[in-house]
Design a protein around this ligand. Structure first.
Ligand code: 26W
Length: 837
């Protein structure tokens, strides 16, 4: 297969086309010497990685300066994407590709006998996120820069990102992630832009001055400093280099000087450490709200730093905040940064003396809110007493927002107490709670879901009263993924084949993939398409062999289920099907079965017991099957530990089948479904999230879709779902359940999986595994049958690739820009000064 040589676009060419391999090599060697302080001979792998990264960063910095200058000069409207998570993964390879420098870098390193690919593999993942929401934020940054939008990411520079997962006897163990151990060559620390953040304390009410309103001041607070670290976000094939600004918490300068002066030096230092805990660790839970004080402070820390920074940048160009919303859009990635509503109000009211009504107009016009989940346990609610202690002034502002909002509701819907109760920002009860989704909706001019079904359910079920009041506020923005990382970089074989057939326009315009459709009818193309997939499967098989000493058969069907572990995502349904297959093999050991490798990757929240038991369950099934000679060569179950972005980049290109089997109505969108289909896996999916839109795009002939729809699931919940009845009706399912209860997969520990059995049969099967089992198993049978005819399979897979254009994050970002942010591209024309040697 020919190596992909991306034609550099004219813009990229202008800036970097004239960087020769020799010049780059010289810069690389300079960094080894002057940044790392080593002779080349003594340089470690990480020294080399860091030096290459710094050499590349230098090139990006030239454009970053030009970009920021352009935004300032043109007084561009900017968007700030506020997110508690940015799951960036590795940066080197993507940055090199975005700059169009891959051939130059390979040539330069080649002169020293170094392999670029190998160097890239030493880079630790920036795993500052849990899953979909964090990776979406990372894809959106890539699209913002590539489409030349003035966009900034604001997040937290967690010292420890997502935990590393290991297995001990099949059980998940969490180990701390230490991604900054050797430093981060991409970041630029900006201590001069540090901002103060206040927490705790109390409100003192002051008498009004003259006829003015009563005033209150926030006193006795504690101060933390937010120190920004900037990471360049390099647009692909353009001059634009945007910034991801991550905040790190430090004790404020002069912190507790009084304590130092009283001589209690040790206590003062201890308190200093407290400030630093704020950005120490990412909360590793997806879709559950634990209500922890430190998490609230983290959320406020992000919001306070980011709002102050955005305001400061605005005031560099403008005299007041009066036109703040014309020049700035702030997007809230779920409710995690919803305190921005109260914080922006506080700035306007307390720091800029803007009257309430005008402050409110500005706030609502500036903010947008994206909802990522309907699961009740994920909806953030903060106890009023906690908020009162941590953020007394913000609570006061929230109460005032609520009073005014509820007055307006009463005016419009008189005598409707039930409505008032439901829309109030404050939930009554033993302990009052602030509802962050309601705060975000009331405080934003735009609210969106992340796939059509999810946006519909959001309006119909989660917040119908708001949708009725403000129908124009609600919209859908179906998620997307960046094809630069999720095809061009991670699947060079397929990328090269596509480019050979239709050119490289798809890199910046994924709809161009449509031109691939006619090739799906050409046997010669399909052979090459299959060969690429085979090579990717071999690459993954080699990795599994090296890392885990497990031999998987690259000829078998690679059935991939990778995502966070959650009951609604139904890894357990997959497991039930594997058991059914096992029983079929046992019944007919001489039968002709299509060999399958079931690949799982998933982290469970450390406190989510059922999820951890499901991991153990899958591992145990894998062991039992691996030991059984009847199964050999037919079914292999491998749970790959530590699923993360860089592992996904190996798995996604190698998948034949993509498991997207959530209970309908529960998965807001999914984005792994898009990555896998774009890389030529066929989807085995339910009518949920973006699966529905993928099915529409690729056609029902080219996807396996099964199971009850969201409406049917809802009806079953309402009318009483009796899971055991589904088991009684299905002999195969009955046997699967019996084998779990009888300890077939826990030899030596009989009751080990009783809870799994009970959850399905006795405790109501909350996620409808049993109701969907039969149609799932039948769909899986169709997949096996189809896999026997590789050419037909390949044709469908190629049509999937050709029809995935809509799922580029470029499309999503354009929709946000036009329909929510009112944002236009601002191309960076000025050629940056040539980097000096
Ligand atoms: C407060 C704890 C918490 C943490 C994270 C609650 C909720 C979350 C996220 C909303 C979880 C998440 O990542 N959701 C996923 O977002 C993706 C991007 O929109 C969607 O594709 C997934 O369907 C959704 O589960």
């Amino acid at each position: 297969m020919k190596e992909l040589r991306m034609k550099p676009t004219t813009a990229a060419h202008k800036l970097n086309g004239d960087i020769t391999a020799d010049a780059l090599l010289a810069r690389f060697q300079d960094h080894i010497k002057y940044s790392r302080g080593k002779h080349f001979a003594g340089a470690t792998d990480f020294d080399k990685l860091a030096s290459l990264s710094r050499a590349i960063r230098d090139l990006a910095v030239e454009r970053m300066l030009a970009t920021q200058q352009t935004y300032y000069d043109r007084d561009a409207k900017r968007v700030y994407y506020l997110s508690m998570e940015f799951l960036m993964g590795r940066l080197l390879s993507n940055n090199v590709i975005s700059l169009g420098l891959r051939p130059v870098v390979e040539k330069a390193l080649g002169k020293l006998g170094l392999s670029f690919e190998q160097l890239c593999n030493y880079e630790p993942d920036a795993g500052l996120g849990n899953g979909g929401l964090g990776r979406l934020a990372a894809c959106y940054l890539d699209s913002l820069a590539t489409l030349e939008y003035p966009g900034y990411g604001y997040g937290i520079r967690y010292r420890h990102g997502m935990f590393r997962q290991e297995f001990d006897n099949g059980w998940q163990m969490e180990r701390p992630d230490d991604w900054l151990k050797f430093g981060n060559p991409w970041e630029i620390i900006r201590p001069e832009d540090a901002v103060p953040v206040l927490v705790y304390g109390r409100i003192e009410n002051l008498p009004a001055i003259g006829d003015g309103p009563p005033r209150s001041v926030w006193v006795d607070w504690q101060m933390i400093d937010g120190v920004p670290y900037d990471i360049p976000i390099i647009g692909c094939g353009v001059n634009t280099v945007n910034i991801l600004r991550l905040w790190s918490a430090r004790a404020a300068e002069g912190f507790r000087l009084d304590v130092f002066n009283q001589g209690d030096y040790v206590r003062a230092i201890q308190e200093k450490n407290w400030a630093e805990t704020i950005s120490k660790v990412l909360y590793p839970s997806e879709n559950t709200h634990a209500g922890k004080e430190l998490r609230l402070i983290q959320e406020y820390f992000l919001v306070a730093c980011s709002v102050r920074d955005a305001v400061r940048r605005h005031l560099k160009k403008h005299e007041s905040l009066d036109n703040f919303a014309e020049k700035n859009a702030l997007q809230l990635n779920d409710t995690h940064p919803a305190l921005a509503v109260a914080e922006l109000m506080r700035h306007l009211l307390d720091e800029q003396d803007v009257p309430w009504e005008r402050s409110w107009e500005i706030t609502v016009a500036a903010l947008g809110y994206t909802n990522h989940t309907l699961l009740p346990e994920a909806l953030e609610k903060w106890p009023v007493p906690l908020m009162e202690r941590v953020l007394p002034r913000h609570l006061q502002i929230i109460y005032e927002i609520n009073d005014r909002f509820l007055d307006s509701v009463r005016l419009r819907y008189p005598n409707d107490d039930e409505r008032i109760r439901r829309v109030s920002l404050v939930e009554e009860g033993e302990v009052k709670q602030v509802r962050m989704a309601n705060l975000a909706i009331v405080g934003s001019h735009a609210v969106n879901g992340v796939a059509q079904l999810h946006s519909d359910l959001l309006k119909a079920n989660l917040v119908p009263e708001f949708a009725q009041m403000w129908p124009e506020r609600f919209s859908n923005k179906t998620n997307g993924i960046t094809q630069r990382r999720w095809l061009l970089a991670c699947n060079p074989g397929l990328a090269a084949l596509i480019t050979e057939c239709i050119g490289d326009k798809w890199v910046r315009d994924l709809d161009a993939l449509r031109k691939l459709e006619p090739f799906a009818e050409k046997p010669e193309f399909l052979q090459r398409f299959l060969a690429v997939k085979q090579a990717n499967k071999q690459r993954l098989a080699a990795l599994i062999g090296e890392r885990h000493g497990i031999a998987v058969d690259p000829q078998s069907l690679f059935d991939v289920h990778v995502k966070r572990l959650h009951e609604y995502k139904r890894q357990l349904l997959n497991a039930l099907h594997i058991i059914a297959l096992y029983h079929r093999i046992k019944d007919n050991p001489a039968g002709d079965f299509v060999p399958r490798t079931f690949l799982f990757g998933a982290k469970a929240a450390p406190g989510y017991h059922m999820a951890k038991r499901i991991i153990k369950f899958v591992n145990s099934i894998g062991e039992v099957l691996a030991r059984d000679p009847d199964v050999r060569g037919r079914v292999r179950v491998v749970f790959l530990p530590d699923y993360c972005v860089s592992l996904a980049e190996m798995i996604v290109p190698a998948a034949d089948l993509s498991e997207q089997i959530s209970t309908a109505g529960k998965e807001a969108s999914g984005t792994g479904n898009m990555k896998l289909a774009l890389n030529g896996a066929l989807t085995m999916g339910t009518w949920d999230g973006a699966n529905i839109e993928i099915a529409e795009a690729v056609g029902l002939d080219n996807i396996f879709i099964f199971g009850h729809r969201a409406g049917q699931i809802e009806a079953m919940s309402r009318d009483g779902y009796r899971p055991h009845e589904w088991a009684e009706r299905d002999a195969e399912l009955r046997r699967v359940l019996a084998s779990i209860r009888q300890g077939e997969f826990s030899p030596g520990a009989p009751g080990l999986f009783d809870d799994i059995h009970r959850a399905l049969v006795e405790w109501g099967d909350t996620y409808f595994h049993l109701a969907d089992f039969r149609s799932y198993a039948d769909s899986q049978q169709r997949a096996s049958d189809l896999f026997r005819d590789r050419t037909t399979w390949a044709r469908k897979a190629a049509l999937n690739v050709a029809r995935m254009g809509r799922f580029s994050s470029d499309r999503s970002i354009r929709e946000y820009a036009r329909e929510i942010w009112n944002l236009r591209p601002v191309p960076v024309k000025v050629a940056a000064a040539k980097p000096t040697m």
